[in-house]
Design a protein. Structure first.
Length: 201
């Protein structure tokens, strides 16, 4: 953004993570430092990552607020990180047209997201080659800048009263953190195929 006022929340794993499908290990902090962070800053956005959220309580509520309020979300799905997929799902439900999905080029996306545009980069495991860094930085910066110019579908869908809408929804979110946590818990039970009988409660 020209005035530097835009915010970008980066969804991704941290440290060295293993993609259990391929068996390869990737340093995701290198992806963030060498690719995502410089690209976001070059586009004029303030960037935030979950590890940078300082909160004296549960991280869930400020994380949900970032997924709602950020002007742009960049989601790195490398290593098929479950948290990243979950957060991407929340963002897509709220503001799909200002969400950019990236991943290392060996990722095989599951069926539910294989229709989403994924911008790929080549990760060497421990590091990323210089030429690939420069190529992908430009690609990601350009993608973010398209959103900043107001030519993306998000401008038409979310409308000119987006700030007021965002404030109201954020206020509601602050009121129901326990409900969200219960929903996550129930979702987890379903995902783990745990059978719970109400008679046991």
């Amino acid at each position: 953004m020209a005035n530097g006022a835009g915010t970008c929340f980066v969804v991704m794993g941290f440290g060295k993570k293993t993609d259990f499908e391929s068996g390869r290990t990737f340093d995701l902090d290198k992806s963030y430092r060498n690719l995502t962070k410089p690209a976001v800053e070059a586009a004029g956005y303030k960037r935030e990552r979950a590890e940078g959220i300082v909160q004296s309580g549960l991280i869930d509520v400020p994380m949900y607020e970032q997924l709602l309020a950020a002007d742009v979300v960049v989601a790195d799905l490398s290593t098929a990180n479950k948290n990243a997929f979950y957060e991407l799902g929340i963002r897509h439900a709220l503001r799909p047209y200002t969400t950019i999905v990236i991943a290392e080029d060996g990722l095989t996306p599951p069926f539910d997201v294989n229709h989403v545009v994924v911008r790929h980069y080549k990760h060497l495991g421990e590091d990323i080659g210089f030429d690939e860094v420069m190529r992908f930085r430009k690609l990601l910066t350009d993608a973010i800048s398209i959103i900043a110019t107001g030519t993306s579908a998000s401008v038409m869908v979310e409308g000119r009263h987006e700030d007021e809408w965002r404030k109201r929804l954020t206020a509601k979110l602050r009121e129901i953190p326990s409900i969200l946590l219960i929903a996550v818990f129930v979702y987890g039970l379903i995902g783990w195929n745990v059978k719970v009988s109400f008679s046991d409660w």
